[in-house]
Design a protein around this ligand. Structure first.
Ligand SMILES: C[S@@+](CC[C@H](N)C(=O)[O-])C[C@H]1O[C@@H](n2cnc3c(N)ncnc32)[C@H](O)[C@@H]1O
Length: 197
């Protein structure tokens, strides 16, 4: 039986609308933390000019591989094992990185590795898109996000909703520039950085 994320079903339409614009000039996307594979299938189906490279931590790969086996269009590459701590990242020939709802799950040390690794695979003109809940100057964008953050931290003190300013500092230190900040449904954002050509 396929693992289904209800959140993915809700957010895949709005995220697709953003990616269609932000990745219009790109050709190959690495997805970090592909989870159930619903995003990979949806985005690759609707953006057929892109090659989509799904990835997951090795222990999480089986449900992803099963969904891709059943549903992936031809422009989806075989899923690869990738932990953001890998150095170097086992992926090449890409010009975009996408990740949804991962930075508040992983520890801050891993978030640093996410930006280090993303920058390492992005050529000039490359694009990085990150979807999820974000704080601004330490402020939540909604009461529900504040409650969600508390829940995350009770479950894992190293996790938590990240501050835009801290993420942007990591991106800038890697030579990436913020290109857009899209407000998304349910108090989420899609942040877009690029490596200047
Ligand atoms: C909340 S799930 C989101 C999954 C999917 N992107 C989605 O939107 O449904 C968080 C994901 O982050 C991944 N993850 C956590 N730590 C990671 C790490 N160190 N490297 C790569 N992925 C990681 C998990 O395996 C999991 O798939």
């Amino acid at each position: 039986m396929l693992v289904v994320s209800e959140a993915c079903e809700r957010n895949k339409g709005p995220i697709l609308a953003v990616l269609a614009a932000e990745l219009a000039a790109q050709r190959a996307v690495l997805e970090i933390g592909s989870g159930t594979g619903q995003h990979a299938v949806h985005f690759a189906t609707h953006l057929p000019y892109l090659t989509w490279q799904p990835s997951e931590m090795r222990a999480q790969l089986p449900p992803l591989i099963e969904r891709l086996r059943r549903e992936a269009p031809p422009n989806v590459r075989a899923a690869i094992a990738l932990d953001v701590h890998d150095d170097p990242w086992p992926a090449a020939d890409l010009d975009a990185v996408f990740s949804a709802n991962t930075l508040h799950i992983m520890a801050w040390s891993a978030v640093r590795e996410f930006f280090r690794g993303s920058a390492s695979v992005l050529p000039p003109g490359g694009v990085l898109c990150v979807y999820g809940p974000i704080r601004y100057r330490g402020e939540y964008t909604s009461a529900s996000n504040a409650q969600f953050d508390q829940w995350l931290k009770e479950r894992d003190p190293q996790s938590g909703i990240r501050d835009f300013e801290a993420l942007d500092a990591l991106a800038r230190a890697q030579g990436l520039q913020l290109r857009a900040d899209h407000a998304m449904p349910a108090n989420n954002q899609t942040l877009v950085w690029h490596r200047p050509a």
